[in-house]
Design a binder for this molecule. Structure first.
Ligand SMILES: Nc1ncnc2c1ncn2[C@@H]1O[C@H](COP(=O)(O)OP(=O)(O)O)[C@@H](O)[C@H]1O
Ligand SMILES: O=c1ccn([C@@H]2O[C@H](COP(=O)(O)O)[C@@H](O)[C@H]2O)c(=O)[nH]1
Length: 241
């Protein structure tokens, strides 16, 4: 890969279709795309019992380990691989295993809070908000949570009314104003095709070391002692794809 990478942030409410859009673009473009689902950066809650974990507000920004997400994003941006945590939605907890992720030309950061934190949006070259009506999103979520995440209908409804909806209105929906483009309905094929074309163009620019449409942003990195320094990515640092 060549640095800097082209970074896309994909935000939107639960069930909007963020993961589907990110996955379809990544599948079309291939290995050049690395997906960074922010869900993988929910705090490790191993110290809590299952019934305590069921009561956590997973739709508040404090539910995430932002420092680790930024550390990993910055590592990818300077061409280093990471050990990405994995999340188990049925257990409301991080899995024991991690996945080794190599840096790549295009990085897609995806999640309800992808456009929430300035540190993340500052690193995004393209900011996308997937907007789908709330009634469609809750219907999609009921189907997904009951079938794939081992939840019962009453629990999904209680969680939606108790935390998901109010947090969406307070924290997620306002991030739409940070978006460069808004995609309606989720995996809408025209939008996915356009996004894929954009990624292909930027990807070939990155591969040729032509960071023409976006600036080379300085990235803060920590050394072995934890001291932080600022590095500005250069296309010359890594001569090979
Ligand atoms: N445009 C669309 N039309 C119909 N169903 C869609 C569309 N986009 C996504 N979905 C479906 O909606 C559900 C939620 O999508 P997902 O990508 O998991 O949402 P999110 O990541 O935003 O929570 C999935 O079952 C997915 O297949
Ligand atoms: O342990 C958990 C962690 C998260 N959630 C819910 O997940 C969604 C975010 O994921 P999407 O793929 O964007 O839907 C969020 O609304 C949390 O409520 C959970 O239920 N349990």
């Amino acid at each position: 890969m060549t640095i800097p990478s082209f970074v896309i942030g994909i935000a939107g409410g639960t069930g909007a279709g963020k993961t589907t859009v990110a996955r379809e673009v990544a599948d079309s473009v291939g290995e050049a795309v690395t997906r960074v689902p922010i869900d993988n950066y929910y705090h490790d809650l191993s110290h809590l019992e299952m019934d305590e974990r069921e009561d956590v507000n997973y739709d508040h920004p404090d539910a995430f380990e932002w420092d680790l997400l930024m550390e990993h994003l910055d590592a990818l941006l300077i061409g280093q691989s990471i050990e990405m945590p994995q999340y188990d939605f049925t257990l409301h907890n991080r899995k024991d295993e991690t996945v080794h992720v190599e840096p790549s030309d295009v990085i897609v950061v995806e999640g309800i809070f992808a456009l929430y934190d300035d540190a993340v949006t500052d690193r995004c070259d393209l900011k996308v908000y997937v907007e789908t009506d709330a009634d469609v999103r809750i219907l999609r979520r009921i189907r997904r949570d009951v079938i794939e995440r081992d939840r019962d209908l009453e629990g999904v409804i209680d969680q939606y009314l108790g935390t998901v909806k109010p947090m969406h209105e307070q924290f997620v929906a306002p991030t739409k104003k940070h978006a460069d483009i808004i995609i309606p309905e989720g995996a809408n094929q025209t939008a996915v095709n356009l996004l894929t074309e954009k990624v292909e163009v930027e990807r070939s620019g990155v591969a040729q070391g032509l960071a023409s449409e976006w600036e080379r942003k300085p990235v803060e990195v920590a050394d072995a002692d934890g001291d932080r320094t600022t590095v500005t990515p250069s296309a010359d640092e890594d001569g090979e794809d």
